[in-house]
Design a protein around this ligand. Sequence first.
Ligand SMILES: [Zn+2]
Length: 178
Amino acid sequence: MKISCARCGKPRELRNGHVNRAKKHGLNLYCGRKCAGLARRKNKTRQQKVLEKRTYDIEYRKKNQSELKKKKAHYHKKTYDPEVARKKRKKRAKAHAEYCRRPEYKKWKEEYDRKRRAKQYGPYADAYLIMVDLNKEIKSRSNKYEIHIQNKTFGKAQKRDLEAQGPKRSYYYTPSNS
Ligand SMILES: [Zn+2]
């Protein structure tokens, strides 16, 4: 039986049985393997494929979290050698220190540490962060002397020293009583 390719339209001779089977299952018939393969393509862009794989992976990780954790722990136990790890760390130490000195890393780390510290207060994390910011703001507006007074870390001797230095210091203290 003669058919025409579902992709390029080229004619091809096929056995009746094959054609009937395709018809029964609602399948397309092609002139050859090449057309069959090309017709199967979904013509997605690379970007689209990457995005789809990403969402799939996120779902997969969420679904199999405990299983993956077990697998990773097992692999770690099987392959980890503390001596080798120590040597590797030592070799990378200089480069790692340089990596940590980058301003963008510092900025990221600052934010990361802030969140990590707040986490230990559980539901009061937000309150903690507000307190930290408030404290910072107060400190930025007060001078060294005021901070010392607040923290009760200003002793008699220091007071005397300041008075002896005269009014040139910005945080010079003028005793109001005594
Ligand atoms: Zn074809």
